[in-house]
Design a protein around this ligand. Structure first.
Ligand code: 3PY
Ligand code: MG
Length: 243
C-alpha cells in the first residue's frame, strides 16, 4: 500500500451510510483511502468504533471527517486508527492551529493518550509523536479570505475544499464554481502551490473529480457509497437512476 502522506495525489471514497459490509467492500476496491463521514453521514461515535475496528488497514488508508473541530472528536478519530482527519468549516489560522494541537501529543499539542487500536504498553515519546495527516476543509468565504494564513500553519498535510458549501457561501451554483477557470478554485490551487501545501477536494462523482483534477486538486474524493449505489441502480435499470 502506498501511504497517502507521501503523495500529493490520491483517490478516495466517501462513506455516508457507514454500512459495514458495503464499507468493507468499497475499501477493498482499490481506492487509496476510504473516509467515514461523521459530519453529514450516519456515523455516530459508536458506529465509528465498529467500522474502524473492521477496517483492513492493508487495503487502504482510513480517513474520518469529524463532525466539527471539537478536539474530543479529533482525538477519537485518531484513537480508532484514522491516519487522515478531515475537519469541516475551518475558517481561520487560529482554528487550524487548534486542530494541530488537538491531534498531536505534547509537546506539539494537548492530545490525550488512549488509542482503541491494540496497545502494547505505555507510549514512548517517539511513538506518540507520529504525525497525523490533517486536512482542514476550506468551504467558507472567511476561509478563502484567510487562506494564506491557514496555509502557513505548521502541521497541516493538505487543505481540502468543500465545493458544495463553498459555492453556497459565494452565491454561485456548483456548476458555476466548477466552470470558472479563473475563479476561486484556481485561486486556491495557486495559493497552495505557492505555499507548498497539497490540496484536495470533495468531488462526489468521477465527472466532478476530473474537473477538479484539471484545476490541480490532488487528493480527490471521487465517489460516495450513495453514488456507487446510484450508479449501480442506473446500470441495472436502464432509463432510470441518478445522474
Ligand atoms: C462540501 O462540498 O461542502 C462538502 O463538505 C462535501 O461533503
Ligand atoms: Mg461542506
Amino acid at each position: 500500500m502506498t501511504t497517502v502522506s507521501k503523495l500529493t495525489e490520491s483517490r478516495g471514497a466517501w462513506m455516508m451510510l457507514g454500512e459495514p459490509g458495503l464499507t468493507a467492500r468499497i475499501a477493498g476496491a482499490g481506492f487509496d483511502w476510504i473516509l467515514l463521514d461523521q459530519q453529514h453521514g450516519a456515523i455516530g461515535p459508536d458506529r465509528l468504533v465498529g467500522l474502524a475496528r473492521a477496517h483492513d488497514h492493508g487495503a487502504c488508508e482510513l480517513a474520518v471527517r469529524v463532525p466539527s473541530a471539537d478536539p474530543a472528536a479529533i482525538g477519537r478519530a485518531l484513537d480508532v486508527g484514522a491516519s487522515i482527519v478531515v475537519v469541516p468549516l475551518v475558517q481561520t489560522a487560529d482554528e487550524a492551529r487548534a486542530i494541530v494541537a488537538a491531534a498531536n501529543y505534547p509537546p506539539v499539542g494537548g492530545r490525550s493518550w488512549g488509542p482503541l487500536t491494540p496497545l502494547w504498553g505505555a507510549p514512548t515519546p517517539d511513538a506518540a509523536s507520529a504525525k497525523p495527516r490533517l486536512w482542514p476543509m476550506i468551504e467558507t468565504r472567511t476561509a478563502l479570505d484567510q487562506l494564506d494564513e491557514i496555509l502557513a500553519v505548521e502541521g497541516l498535510d493538505a487543505v481540502f475544499i468543500g465545493p458544495y458549501d463553498l459555492s453556497l457561501a459565494l452565491g454561485m451554483t456548483l456548476a458555476e464554481l466548477l466552470a470558472d477557470d479563473r475563479g476561486p478554485l484556481a485561486t486556491i490551487v495557486a495559493a497552495c502551490r505557492k505555499a507548498g501545501v497539497a490540496c484536495g477536494a470533495f468531488a462526489g462523482s468521477p465527472a466532478n473529480a476530473k474537473r477538479l483534477a484539471k484545476f490541480g486538486f490532488g487528493h480527490l474524493a471521487v465517489t460516495t457509497d450513495l453514488g456507487i449505489i446510484d450508479a449501480g441502480t442506473a446500470f441495472v435499470l436502464p432509463g432510470w437512476g441518478a445522474p
